[in-house]
Design a protein around this ligand. Structure first.
Ligand code: NDP
Length: 330
């Protein structure tokens, strides 16, 4: 048997936390042979909800769940963490200015980055879910100078999965037939779901679906899917967001492996200047993972339409970075 892997989840009393905890404890993240030790971080008003989730976790008697601890102190919650899932954040409320939103999140993700720096295990890997996810990840990373910068990532896997699902529906094919879909840029309305390299059963997707759909309504539908879920369901996406966080983390730790060439996923990782994205921004790319490290899939041909879309989303990321710099948050 293996030693437990410590997984710290912030916002553990929230909805996404509730959806993620049981799957992680059941072994969906690291498999049925790998015990997990869960650390739940909450702010005081979320503590009772986290405590309730912990009681239910006990009542599941999962063989893979080694322990559950709850804390409202980041230095306790991140102590020895191998994986940090940063879900809790300050969402935008009506009438809130962007500067206020960034400042509120700076107050959350700065101290968490520092606690990760000081307390987490040497192999810590960080996945930011709470919005604005890419910039929250950048804030945390900038407060963790002793952690390799590429250990900080943000979630665009839900956007990726939405893009795959909506393409499959349009092509009238199972999702297993789809590969080569990419989400570029920011996890926001400017994200660019790109089908120019996508295939359906090995054929170019743009030979199967209408190119004007792929470069118009499709992009809008993927980017607005969160709003569509809220409209239909009466609440934001929860189970699909938790699922995406688990898939991102599992692929990162265990690898995208046996998938053949042209099969990749999307994640927001630190740019090293690939595809003209300024180095240091945490931006979504086509990625594969091996040996616990993401690699950007390089050498893809970027046409003029894609160039414009990628540049627009990356410009938004650069503006967010500049704003948090001006606010003294990084
Ligand atoms: P959720 O669990 O539904 O969402 C958590 C965060 O994930 C939100 O900021 C949300 O941003 C974001 N998110 C990212 N992608 C998605 C997506 N596709 N769909 C929905 N949400 C997405 O929020 P709750 O309010 O239920 O729970 C938040 C919890 O976090 C609370 O219990 C609160 O107490 C806690 N919290 C903990 C902190 C800490 O541990 N230090 C700090 C701050 C809060 P968006 O709304 O923009 O979609």
């Amino acid at each position: 048997t293996h030693a437990p892997i410590t997984i710290t989840l912030t916002g553990a009393g929230g909805q996404i936390g509730y959806a993620a905890l049981f799957r992680i404890a059941a072994g969906d993240l690291l498999g049925p042979d790998q015990p997990v030790a869960l650390r739940l971080l909450e702010i005081p008003q979320g503590m009772r909800a986290a405590e309730g989730a912990a009681l239910e976790l006990a009542d599941c008697a999962f063989p893979t769940l080694a322990s559950v601890e709850i804390a409202d102190d980041a230095n306790v919650a991140f102590d020895g963490a191998n994986v940090a899932l940063l879900v809790g954040s300050r969402p935008r409320s009506a009438g809130m200015e962007r500067g206020d939103l960034l400042a509120a999140n700076g107050a959350i993700f700065g101290p968490q980055g520092r606690a990760i720096n000081d307390r987490a295990a040497d192999d810590v890997r960080v996945v930011v879910v709470g919005n604005p996810a890419n910039t929250n990840a950048l804030i945390a990373q900038q407060h963790a100078p002793d952690v390799p910068s590429e250990r900080f990532t943000a979630l665009t896997r839900l956007d990726h999965n939405r893009a795959v699902g909506l393409l499959a529906a349009e092509a009238g094919t199972p999702v297993a037939d789809i590969s080569g879909v990419t989400i570029w840029g920011n996890h926001s309305a400017t994200q660019y779901p790109d089908l120019s390299h996508a295939t359906v059963r090995g054929r170019p997707a743009l030979d199967i679906v209408d190119a004007s759909w792929a470069r118009g309504p499709y992009i809008e539908r993927v980017a607005q899917r969160g709003a569509e879920i809220i409209e239909v369901r009466g609440g934001s996406s929860v189970a699909s967001a938790a699922n995406a966080a688990i898939e991102h983390t599992r692929d990162w730790l265990l690898g995208t492996g046996e998938r053949s060439a042209g099969h990749w996923t999307s994640a927001a990782v630190v740019s090293r200047g690939e595809y003209g994205v300024p180095a240091g921004l945490i931006s979504s790319f086509p990625v594969t993972s091996a040996g616990g490290n993401w690699s950007v899939v390089e050498g893809l041909d970027i046409d003029a339409f894609s160039r414009e879309r990628i540049d627009a989303s990356v410009a938004e990321l650069a503006a967010e970075r500049d704003a948090v710099q001006e606010l003294g948050l990084i």
